[in-house]
Design a protein. Structure first.
Length: 376
């Protein structure tokens, strides 16, 4: 199946949504307002832009890195304002398909981002990337300041002199230009359409090239494909697990939706045991900390494993809330509020669809034996 055919199918099921984190993603028809409006709430965040051919294959490797706040697929380097995919893919606008990466430099350095970038592309290809040919699929690193420029140039020089490739590195290093977001159905394509994405990445030749070229960097590749963490919870096959989810579980964990109150699996569950992430299995909450908040959703006073919980500011719905996500699977779990019982005063309001309950009688069998003593 060609990429264009896949794209037509994907367009039929595309979801229009507005996602606010550190970057505002626009959806809907393209217009003068479709230009990317980058609002970095924390002034310590920085931006990086990488063109690596088809942007479907470039989001995932960056998106799950510890310290990366947001990744957005889009177009840059051209002359037309607010270009559409059809315009860019024709090759006449001068734009390249690229990804914008917003990151926290206190947690991850620009050098590491560049190294992850090299491992996703064929930097010696001057005419495109793998099955995608044309100037719109060329590779380039767009820098925002002299520090990024120097790091990118040095990294390119080192790669060129490493002897890894028979041909010279052709990737250009250019000053950053206006970045325009791609249509909504292109955003997180690898998550929305995992089977089609997998077929495309394999069929285009990219997957085989990466494996052959970087087989001696397997550990680094793992860090590019999933967050660092505790063994089994960071090395699971996420694409496979996502395909096993129900529609509701997928919408909640991957698209930040909310299940109905009082009509979900665990809101009134009174059994003893622990709650784990439905995707990764990482331990999240215990029945010992569960209470009836009257909200209609499972509520907890604290996490079982705080290290598996990530909290982020959420300004959707025109209000400020604190979103709760799992560390290793990056699943949307729910929100935490300050109206819980003493002594902590917190209420972790969690979607049942994000959880799997392990009864205390099955902890050993399910691989969570270390938590049995909690219920003695």
């Amino acid at each position: 199946m060609t990429r264009r055919n896949i794209l037509r199918i994907a367009a039929m099921v595309a979801l229009a949504s507005i996602v606010w984190l550190a970057v505002n993603k626009y959806s809907g028809e393209r217009s003068d307002n479709m230009k990317l409006d980058v609002e970095i709430n924390d002034k310590n965040y920085k931006k990086a832009v990488f063109a690596g051919g088809c942007f479907w294959c470039m989001e995932g490797p960056f998106e799950r890195l510890e310290g990366v706040v947001e990744v957005l697929a889009g177009y840059t380097g051209g002359k037309v304002k607010n270009p559409t995919y059809e315009q860019v893919s024709s090759g006449v606008t001068g734009h390249l398909e690229a990804v914008l990466v917003v990151y926290d430099p206190m947690k991850i350095g620009y050098r590491e981002l560049v190294e992850v970038y090299w491992r996703q592309i064929d930097p010696t290809d001057e005419g495109g990337q793998f099955a995608d040919r044309g100037s719109q699929y060329k590779t380039a690193i767009f820098y925002y300041d002299e520090e990024q420029k120097s790091i990118a140039q040095l990294s390119k020089k080192e790669l060129d002199e490493s002897g890894r490739f028979d041909r010279p590195v052709a990737t250009q290093i250019l000053p950053a230009e206006e970045f325009y977001p791609a249509e909504e159905y292109h955003q997180d394509f690898y998550l929305k359409n995992p089977l089609r994405y997998k077929d495309y990445k394999s069929g285009s030749g990219r997957e085989g090239f990466i494996k052959k070229t970087w087989e001696d960097e397997s550990e680094k590749d793992k860090s590019a494909e999933g967050k660092e963490g505790d063994g089994k919870y960071s090395s699971f096959d996420k694409e496979k697990r996502l395909m096993e989810l129900t529609g509701l579980q997928y919408r909640v964990t991957q698209q930040d939706k909310t299940e109905p109150a009082f009509d979900n699996e665990y809101w009134d569950n009174k059994k003893e045991g622990i709650y784990v992430d439905i995707v990764s299995g990482e331990p999240l909450f215990s029945s010992l900390d569960k209470f009836d908040s009257g909200s209609g959703w499972p509520s907890f006073t604290k996490p079982l494993e705080p290290g598996n919980i990530v909290e982020r500011e959420d300004r959707k719905l025109l209000m400020r809330r604190i979103e709760v996500r799992s560390k290793h699977a990056d699943s949307h779990l729910g929100h935490v509020f300050g109206d819980g019982p003493a002594p902590g005063g917190l209420r972790y309001c969690i979607n049942s669809a994000s959880l799997r309950f392990i009864p205390k009688e099955e902890l050993e069998k399910e691989g969570y034996g270390e938590y049995i003593n909690l219920f003695d």
